[in-house]
Write a protein that binds this ligand. Sequence first.
Ligand code: AMP
Ligand code: MG
Length: 403
Amino acid sequence: MTDFNATASSAPFPMHVSVEQARERWAALLPERELERLPLRAARGRVLGQNLAALVSHPSATESALDGIACREADTLSASAEAPVRLRVVGESRAGEPFGGQVGPGECVRIYTGAPLAAGTDAICPVEQLEEDGQDVRLLRPARPGDVRPEGGDFRAGEVVLRAGTRLTPARLALAAALGHAEVTVRRRWRVALLSTGDEVVELGQPLAPGQVYDSNRVGLAALLDDLGAEVIDLGHAPDSPARLRELLGAAGGADLLLTSGGVSMGKYDFMRDLLMEGGEVAFWRVRMRPGGPALCGRWEGLPVFGLPGNPVSSLVVFQVIVRPVLSGEPLASVVLTAQTPFPALPDKTAFWRGVVEGGGVRAYTQQGSGILRSLGEAGALVVVPPGENIKTGDRVQVVPVM
Ligand code: AMP
Ligand code: MG
């Protein structure tokens, strides 16, 4: 049995927002970042600051998609295994070394993948469909114009292929290189100050007394920020003391934003919440989602602050679902899979149940409490259940891979 009730439900609250509203309000707080020019290899994970147009066409000349011979399609239309067509081989076209002459009727040239088509030819016959016969080849089927890659068939010089705002993944870096760019204009990295809070939270490597817990959030969040290509300013860990918190918030100057963990819930010692409510500006407090309901967002002396809940599951889910899409400029990636178990809906919240992807479907992880840390290692997916829309076994469901 999966335990879906491990977190208490919460009453409505004025600054309570939906997941989409939370992303919008968070985005509205963030500053515009300056642009910089970088060599391509240094631009991994960055967001393009300008449209990227092709400087060259690809293919740069009409070329073969296969190894075989290039010939005139019209010569080969009658070719079959029973009645092969014979063509005279008059030369060769290699990638980087095209055939210099003209190919006439009844003639062909040997050609290899990526080699320019010879003048006079318009089709390719693959090597698998040829028989060698001295100076000649015999074609066992007609040559196909479809095995030719036309000049500019991929992109043409001048065409915008990557748009400003696109994140440069390894695949897109390769594309930018193929477009002819050695350097690109990108947004500078986010500078993110990171702080964890909680009297019970202990540095790694220290002994743990009963009631204490290791600071796992700061490790996970720093790694997520690294993945985003952000510059992390590690403010360490703060006790539940308003004075100390105030001091550390002040130390985050120079950062674009401050990410905190803990202290944003309903408890007496949740001072991040109190500080922002009393001395700052609140954009929202509490999101209609589970886990992660108590998330807080606002400003402290002009600095955008996102207060993640302390529960490790909640903090990582809120980061992935709300914080990350806004910082990366990329919508939350998801796939649709078949539910192998039911996933209950909550009446007024989006549920992100932990799931295990297996055999083309997804089943519920056994323990759904936001304090169940081992789910971080064992459940590779978040199953998104919109408010009020129960998922039955066999239904199709949206699944977000856990970062
Ligand atoms: P809080 O949001 O501060 O009320 O914390 C909620 C729960 O998360 C408590 O059980 C905390 O012990 C735990 N917690 C808070 N901060 C961290 C952290 N940095 N690493 C691991 N667990 C934490
Ligand atoms: Mg706390």
